[in-house]
Design a protein around this ligand. Structure first.
Ligand code: SF4
Length: 267
């Protein structure tokens, strides 16, 4: 039987939205499994709820026979990951269709091929849930768990989703050593969360760029250093134009895996 976790009520959409909505209190969730299950029920962002469900109902012609997920997409990967990959948000006809991060679209094709090449995934493709894909020491998440129109969440939506990322980081703390952030949106979303989570983020904040690497010193005794790497996002806009090549992505993943203490190619 499914566990029901506590729910809190808080404003989710600022003055433009309804006064309050029921949302999960992610801070009370005791495990990543519980977090992943709870986030799929979240309806805190009215615009994103409407969009993810509209896309799921209307569908793309190529997927008209499929049942879209149409809900928040949880993080994917083991609960003892040493490396966390932080993207932007689910794609409308990718993860919003399949229910798994970066699964079922061209962005995921590029990302999972690179992860496999670096020994961080057991197969190079990610087509659907239950396709046998497993990640080694690596977890993938996003600062926004619902597909946004035009791939652009608002700052209000990013902030509404922040408690999920905060709790995910807390639950990964025993093993987490490195983070790869895909794109400037994720970089800007993650750094304040890391400050609150117990690391010293320099001021002014480090600038995002492909190949950026900062090592954050712990601000608390129960934290260790955290390596944060930047990579251009694996969007089609970047990969089709050659702004991000597979070799560029692999270079960042390789450095991050080494910093995380993962040496998959030497197993
Ligand atoms: Fe909830 Fe995040 Fe989706 Fe907003 S984006 S509805 S906070 S899961």
């Amino acid at each position: 039987m499914r566990t029901v976790w506590p729910v809190v009520t808080r404003s989710s959409a600022g003055s433009a939205g309804p006064p309050s909505v029921a949302v999960w209190s992610a801070a009370t969730l005791p495990t990543l499994g519980a977090l992943d299950a709870a986030v799929t029920d979240c309806r805190a962002c009215p615009r994103l709820v409407a969009w993810r469900e509209q896309v799921a109902a209307e569908k793309r012609a190529a997927y008209v026979e499929q049942t879209y997920w149409g809900r928040p997409v949880p993080g994917f990967g083991p609960a003892d990951a040493a490396l966390l990959i932080v993207g932007l948000a689910p794609a409308a006809h990718g993860a919003n269709r399949t229910g798994r991060m970066f699964t079922g679209d061209r962005s995921g094709d590029v990302l999972y091929a690179a992860l496999h090449a670096e020994g961080l995934a057991n197969q190079p493709t990610s087509v659907r849930e239950h396709d046998g894909l497993a990640l080694h020491g690596t977890r993938i998440t996003a600062p926004v768990h619902c597909a946004p129109p035009a791939n652009k969440p608002t700052p209000t939506e990013r902030d509404a989703c922040r408690h999920w990322l905060e709790r995910e980081l807390e639950l990964l703390l025993p093993t987490l050593r490195a983070v790869v952030v895909l794109g400037g949106f994720g970089w800007q979303a993650l750094l304040p969360v890391l400050t609150d989570a117990g690391w010293r983020v320099p001021r002014p904040r480090p600038v995002f760029g492909h190949g950026a690497h900062v090592t954050l010193a712990p601000a608390r005794e129960d934290r260790g250093p955290l390596h944060v790497f930047g990579s251009y996002h694996v969007s089609q806009q970047n990969t089709f134009t050659g702004r991000l090549t597979p070799a560029m992505l692999r270079e960042v993943l390789s450095a991050a895996a080494a910093a995380a203490g993962l040496r998959p190619n030497q197993r």
